[in-house]
Design a protein around this ligand. Structure first.
Ligand code: FES
Length: 866
């Protein structure tokens, strides 16, 4: 058959029923991305005879003799970018960039009238990173890339070095490569929530055409490990096997097939004959606490994975001294990271026989170390590296594909690819920890807190990855944010036979912050005080101790402080909001919430950077940390350029490869700027000293090496405010204003940092209003698609105004603080507080979905004016 792809005529035979997306990628057009293969996300958008289509839904055979244009064909033959590509480049309308090709393809075909209705016309293209603010600015041609020559490299909107590659589709993500003799791995997953495999017959599968190997628990290592990746391995319970004969959740791996094609591997999975002995699952975390509950991990004495107990003062005395008390239980649901690039990994043995993995990970070094231990290999015999990573949000701080691919490579000797489907992403990876958080807050009539008590029950699902870390983090900064002489925290994380929870943006703080900041609001109302004034009276100030459950703070200090500025900035905007006349059925309310977060994880986080002076006044910077849309590549180039007194374009950044540098703990806990950036600053300073002490040029390339260890940690602050309108009869919610102020220290790249904040707020609005990863009565995920899960689209999200406090942190590189995770945390509470202000009703469970609001507002007589 004849195909015209980007004005190149080729002959090819698509397979029967093959979609255009996979066909185009097999022809080498890697700019066509896979986000869902269900027509929901638009990452695969191409033009057919000039019309945008989702290529995952378009039969390849129907494209014969039609003009097919992919993102690679949008630029002029002479290389000039299509105007829409240029606009996305100028406005930096992307973060990870995985959605960008599809966005550009759709936006390029909008006429002027359609561009005035972007929510309507862009709703078929999903972005998880940006919150659509930067995309809207790009399509509208609203860019702000002006670079001041007077400020040095930092503090400027330096464009991302990968920008040209992202907007042209040349940026290579994990799966965007051709490997000779590549085989394909598919996973057979468990249909039961609790069971034991009593027999597994692979004969028919092995005999199936194209099958190379079928792997079961009999082929896998017997050493247990945690999928969580942390610098300190003992932070996570080792409770997982590569393939386990005991099934603990619906979707757990049962077996794997390696075959010459994906279709052959998938077909063979269906031929594996498994017999299960089924058990009664425990699906509810409260039931899991009961002494007679079935044990998810049979050898344990209970289902409790981790617990924390601590505090200061005397809660009973604090309650006695109080004039008002608020007590309530707040619940946060399971939500998914939903990064547009699914988990995936390609493994092979290099010419020297080293196990080599190209993977979508936030932690290549820690994954290398774990694989070496798991398979009894010397670290030098394993290399793990990342191409560009299409989003992470904590989901890729796990080893969820690499262990199985490594096993397959070692067993077969062949290159092996594993790319999860979108349903697998929902059913077989991880989620945010669902939590029940009971708070009891008390204050005296002069407005001072007298007692803060918090009881947390965290559901870690079938495995304990991140269970302890998330729990400890959840009960830290959420309650340390306020001064109070009497604090008590009790938290437990429990196993259930459900999808494992794991690291997620905010690392537990969003759930506890929702409880504490909602409770603080209620307490202020009981005192008939303005909630903002109540917060000002009680929030921590410089010099105040940071008190939570733990007495050991691992180098945490308030090295800079901008919370007061953030509160002022948000309050001003929220109070000054101009409200449209919505009519008598709409009730309007305002709400804010505060957040605080340590700028680095406790107990050590390590980074090494190397920078080498090349000829022509160029520099090569090698960093271990990853770029997955967090903007660290640009920030590192800026930091190095600032130190060396050159332009960031003179810095070429190589990253996230265990062969490139010494150890790096990875891109989690928002460490890419603060810790890895500190290592880069130190490396550049060492190189500068060498350059200054070296007379004339030498034949030897000079290198500087820098390290950072996160031993001293500072505090960053965030404040979110909303103005909302709630329809008194239908429960419909409109966000009239969203404003966020961040204390990010000295902001190295304002445009990128603003994008991180917009994206964090948007992701949190999604979790607060729409997203639900639901588990049915049998323990199975019942919302395994973007559509059913309700990933927010363009029309679902508000624009957020972003302000920065004017601070400088002495512990961060160039005065910077972390700002990737924390914007997420105060959003649910701020929305709940605004809804409370509008309706008089306190909603204690997220999401505040229309059906929930409608149900609870149903008895309209309940609605009172605030
Ligand atoms: Fe849109 Fe990452 S930039 S999905």
């Amino acid at each position: 058959m004849s195909y015209n792809i980007n004005n190149q005529i080729s002959q090819a035979e698509p397979r029967s029923g093959q979609c255009l997306r996979t066909f185009l990628r097999e022809q080498g057009w890697f700019g066509v991305k896979k986000g869902c293969d269900a027509g929901d996300c638009g990452a695969c958008t191409v033009h057919i005879n000039g019309e945008p289509v989702h290529s995952c839904l378009f039969p390849a055979q129907m494209a014969e003799d039609k003009e097919i244009t992919t993102i690679e064909g949008m630029a002029d033959p002479d290389g000039a970018l299509h105007p829409m590509q240029q606009q996305f480049l100028d406005a930096q309308g992307f973060q990870c960039g995985f959605c960008t090709a599809g966005m550009v393809m759709t936006a390029a075909k909008l006429d002027q009238a359609q561009r005035t209705k972007l929510p309507q016309h862009m709703k078929g293209n999903l972005c998880r990173c940006t919150g659509y603010g930067a995309i809207r600015r790009a399509i509208e041609g609203d860019s702000d890339t002006e670079i001041s020559a007077t400020k040095g490299a930092c503090g400027r909107n330096v464009p991302a070095p990968a920008g040209q590659d992202v907007v042209t589709g040349r940026a290579q993500y994990t799966m965007d490569t051709e490997i000779a003799a590549l085989t394909h791995l598919k996973i057979l997953r468990a249909p039961h929530a609790s069971a034991r495999i009593t027999s597994i017959n692979t004969t028919a599968a092995l005999a199936s055409p194209g099958v190379i190997a079928v792997l079961t628990h009999k082929d896998a290592p017997t050493r247990k490990f945690s999928t969580a990746r942390h610098q300190n391995v003992d932070e996570d319970v080792a409770d997982t096997l590569v393939l386990d004969p005991v099934i603990r959740f619906v979707g757990q791996r049962v077996a794997a097939v390696v075959a010459e094609t994906e279709a052959a591997a998938e077909a063979a999975c269906a031929l594996i004959d498994v017999t299960y002995q089924r058990f009664t699952p425990v699906l509810d975390p409260r039931a899991a606490l009961a002494s007679d509950s079935p044990r998810v991990h049979e050898a344990n004495n209970s289902n409790i994975v981790a617990e924390v107990h601590g505090g200061v003062g005397d809660i009973a005395a604090g309650l006695t001294a109080a004039d008002v008390v608020h007590e309530a239980t707040y619940t946060s649901q399971r939500v998914q990271h939903a990064h547009l690039e699914t988990h995936g990994c390609i493994g092979y043995q290099d010419p020297e026989g080293r196990l080599t993995l190209r993977t979508s990970s936030q932690t290549p070094f820690l994954t290398r170390d774990a694989l070496a231990t798991l398979f009894d290999l010397a670290q030098a015999k394993v290399r793990v590296f990342c191409a560009r990573v299409g989003g992470g949000f904590g989901g890729k701080q796990e080893m969820l594909t690499e262990d199985l691919v490594a096993l397959a490579v070692l067993k077969t000797g062949r290159p092996v690819k594993l790319e999860l489907t979108r349903p697998e992403q929902f059913t077989g990876t991880t989620s945010r920890h669902p939590m029940r958080v009971k708070v009891r807050l008390a204050a005296s009539r002069d407005g001072l807190l007298t007692a803060m008590e918090m009881e947390v029950l965290s559901d870690t699902g079938a495995y304990g990855n991140h269970a302890g870390g998330v729990l400890f983090h959840a009960v830290g900064e959420s309650i340390a944010l306020y001064k109070c002489p009497n604090k008590r925290i009790d938290g437990k994380a429990v196993y259930t036979n459900t999808l494992p929870a794991g690291a997620f943006r905010g690392y537990g703080l969003s759930q506890t912050n929702f409880a504490v900041e909602s409770g603080i609001d209620e307490l202020a109302r009981k005192l008939k005080m303005d909630p903002v004034a109540f917060r000002r009276l009680n929030m921590v100030r410089p010099g105040d101790p940071l008190v939570s459950a733990e007495t050991e703070h691992y180098g945490l200090e308030m090295a800079s402080y901008g919370l007061d500025q953030c509160v002022d900035l948000v309050e001003q905007d929220v109070n000054a909001a101009l409200l449209p006349d919505l009519g008598p059925d709409w009730q309007v309310g305002r709400g804010i919430a505060l957040g605080m977060i340590a700028t680095a994880p406790p107990r050590g986080h390590f980074a090494e950077s190397q920078i080498t002076a090349l000829s022509g006044n160029q520099f090569e910077l090698r960093v271990g940390t990853c770029e997955f849309g967090n903007g660290t590549t640009t920030v590192h180039a800026q930091i190095a350029a600032q130190v060396l007194g050159v332009d960031p374009t003179q810095i070429r950044v190589l990253q996230s490869d265990t062969d490139l540098t010494g150890h790096d703990s990875g891109a989690y806990g928002s460490t890419g700027t603060v810790i890895a950036g500190s290592a880069t600053k130190a490396a550049a300073e060492e190189l500068l000293a060498r350059l200054q002490s070296t007379e004339n040029a030498t034949d030897v390339a000079l290198t500087g090496i820098g390290h950072a260890d996160g031993a001293r940690r500072s505090i960053a602050f965030n404040v979110q405010g909303f103005v909302v309108a709630v329809h008194r009869r239908y429960g419909t919610l409109q966000i009239l204003q969203s404003v966020h102020a961040a204390d990010a220290g000295t902001v190295i790249n304002p445009q990128q940092c603003m994008g991180q904040i917009e994206g964090g707020v948007a992701q949190a609005v999604g979790a607060a209003l729409y997203e639900r990863l639901e588990i049915d009565a049998e323990g199975a995920v019942s919302t395994a698609s973007f559509r059913n899960y309700h990933l927010p689209a363009f029309p679902d999200l508000p624009e957020t105004v972003v302000h920065f406090a004017d601070t400088h942190d002495p512990l961060g590189p160039m005065g910077a603080k972390s700002m990737s995770e924390s914007p997420y945390n105060p959003v649910a509470a701020a929305l709940g507080n605004a809804i409370r202000d509008a309706t008089g009703l306190r909603f204690t469970a997220t999401p505040f979905a229309p059906d929930t609001l409608y149900r609870d507002l149903g008895a309209r007589t309940q609605i009172t004016q605030p």
